[in-house]
Design a protein around this ligand. Structure first.
Ligand code: KIV
Ligand code: ZN
Length: 384
């Protein structure tokens, strides 16, 4: 069955780096960029060059290093931003400038204090200027999630006429419902002249915990690029988690989409980014959290020991985790205890298991988790 390739646009180094305390130096950014390229992302948004000399230097260094992925630099719809972004990516094999402006009533009135007409003028001028430097220009309509569809369609159409090769539809404030965001993409697909010749991109924030669902709804309705970050880091509640959207597309073959991501690298890269950027990953985080393949209740453990897919929809090996784990707590049953004892070399008879299990429950009630060293001690008690 043919699967359509969805472009993965990673913005860990730009939207992700906006997280307080996450700032990286150029050497660290180069290392992240190298790993992202090895992972198989299609686009690396390397930074926002006008924001600081350090960011400019990093984007320039990444542009020189990366050979396969497109290297993208962010700019506002402001002349000096665009010129600086162009200078920063000029050595890239595949350079892209990402430029845009707010399009919602809130942004137009309160942030930019302007009019819809002026927004369209600035959008067109920005794309036209960026196009003088690079062929590949991505236009973002900031706060598209709260922009009315008719005006959004008009702005996108004008940006495409000016030469945009990608139109990015950010749900900047993470407000949309998946159905609403999906309908927005479908509306643009059917109402914007020229959109069939460009890439439609999602860029969804996670303020209501719907970034992944919204990105997937976007793809189902015609978007072919997803903007995302490792571990979902990004402004406020974060951006769309790369590992989540990639695995959703992989685990649902009927969607008939694929990505170029080598999923076996996901866990290691998540750890690397978390450590380098000093942002811990919550234990229950989908795909890459410490508990993503850990089973602790007796009922689940019994099922998963009999057959992994009773409680696991992803083979842990597919994301670079050797095996699922059976965590021993006071909620664990005999099957889990026997399984863990066997793993460390004790084959217990039924009667032995009854004795060890009774002692195990006493230990388990006194601590959060029972470890191998506790099991060794319990095995000594089995005949006492
Ligand atoms: O969330 C957003 O709208 C952005 C844009 C700059 C693309 O990050
Ligand atoms: Zn963003």
């Amino acid at each position: 069955m043919d699967r359509q390739k969805i472009q993965i646009f990673d913005t860990t180094l730009r939207d992700g780096e906006q997280v307080p305390g996450c700032k990286l130096n150029t050497k660290e950014k180069l290392e992240v960029a190298e790993r992202l390229e090895f992972l198989g992302v299609d686009v690396i948004e390397a930074g926002f060059p006008i924001s600081s000399p350090g960011d400019f230097e990093s984007v320039q260094a990444i542009s020189k290093l990366v050979k396969n992925a497109t290297v993208c630099a962010l700019s506002r719809a402001v002349e000096k931003d665009i010129i600086t972004a162009a200078e920063a990516v000029k050595h890239a094999v595949r350079p892209r400038i990402h430029t845009g402006i707010g399009t919602s009533e809130s942004h137009i009135k309160y942030k930019l204090n302007t009019t819809r007409e002026k927004i369209v003028e600035r959008a067109v001028a920005a794309v036209t200027l960026a196009k003088k430097y690079v062929e590949d220009v991505e236009f973002y309509a900031e706060d598209a999630g709260r922009t009315d569809n008719e005006f959004l369609a008009y702005v996108c159409e004008q940006a495409i006429k000016a030469g945009a090769t990608v139109v990015n539809i950010p749900d900047t404030t993470g407000y949309c419902l998946p159905s609403e965001y999906g309908e927005k993409i479908a509306y643009l697909k059917f109402n914007v002249r020229g959109i069939e010749n460009v890439t439609i991109s999602t860029h969804c924030h996670n303020d209501l915990g719907m970034a992944t669902a919204n990105s997937i709804a976007g793809v189902i309705n015609g978007a072919t690029q997803i903007e995302c970050t490792i571990n979902g880091i990004g402004e406020r509640a974060g951006n769309t988690a790369l590992e989540e959207v990639v695995m959703v597309l992989q685990q649902h073959p009927y969607l008939r989409k694929t990505t170029g991501i080598d999923t076996k690298q996901l866990t290691a890269l998540s750890k690397y980014v978390s450590e380098t950027m000093r942002v811990p990953v919550q234990p229950n985080k989908a795909i890459v959290g410490a508990n993503a393949f850990a089973h602790s209740s007796g009922i689940h453990q019994d099922g998963v020991i009999k057959r992994r897919d009773t409680y696991e929809i992803i083979n842990p090996k597919d994301v670079g985790v050797d095996h699922s784990s059976i965590i021993l707590t006071a909620r664990s049953g005999r099957a889990a205890l026997a399984y863990r004892m066997k793993n460390i070399g004790y084959e217990l008879t039924r009667d032995e298991l009854d004795v060890v299990y009774a002692n195990f429950l006493q230990v388990a009630d006194s601590k959060k988790e029972v470890f191998d060293e506790d099991l060794h001690e319990l095995s000594d008690l089995k005949y006492q």
